[in-house]
Design a protein around this ligand. Structure first.
Ligand code: CMP
Length: 148
């Protein structure tokens, strides 16, 4: 089964939206494989957003992402990367489709509630970035039989 990495950003935690966002994934029957709340170090933010390091808004991202804990999840399903990106939608919430997570909850392009891996390749790297092998718990979910 394909996996993807999701971060529920500091504004999700501060606004008490963790449950509502996770419900979107559960309602879609995506399998939650791993889940934890963590405070991000500057190093991990630098690594995660290294492709944005030259952008003028990078310092803002850094202080936002370290301002409060985030919730990190690994989700699994067939085509889960695309499915979660569609549930999440555009980086800028004003471009997001009504009904998507960013349309419904995000405030600005910075405080945009959620990060979701943008490709299978990125997902593989990002899962390893936030979860160590010994944190893996594997379990059978009834929906596994549907996905195969
Ligand atoms: P995310 O999907 O986590 O990936 C990069 C993040 O940079 C993005 O969400 C936004 O929160 C943040 N960001 C802030 N300003 C911009 C911008 N002008 N363009 C793109 N991303 C931005």
């Amino acid at each position: 089964m394909e996996t993807t990495l999701v971060l529920l950003k500091p504004d999700t935690v501060q606004r008490g939206l963790i449950g509502q966002i996770i419900s979107r994934f559960e309602n879609k029957w995506l399998k939650i494989v791993w889940l934890k709340m963590i405070s991000l170090s500057e190093d991990i933010v630098n690594e995660h957003y290294d492709f944005l390091m030259d952008k003028p808004f990078f310092p803002k991202i850094k202080s936002y992402m370290t301002s409060s804990p985030v919730v990190a999840l690994v989700l699994a399903w067939t085509d889960v990367v695309k499915t979660v990106r569609n549930l999440t939608w555009a980086t800028n919430p004003s471009d997001a489709l009504p009904g998507s997570i960013r349309w419904d909850f995000a405030l600005t392009i910075d405080a945009n509630i959620i990060h979701a891996s943008d490709s299978r390749e990125t997902a593989a790297i990002e899962v390893k970035r936030f979860f160590k092998e010994d944190e893996i718990t594997s379990y059978e979910k009834i929906s596994d039989k549907i996905v195969g």
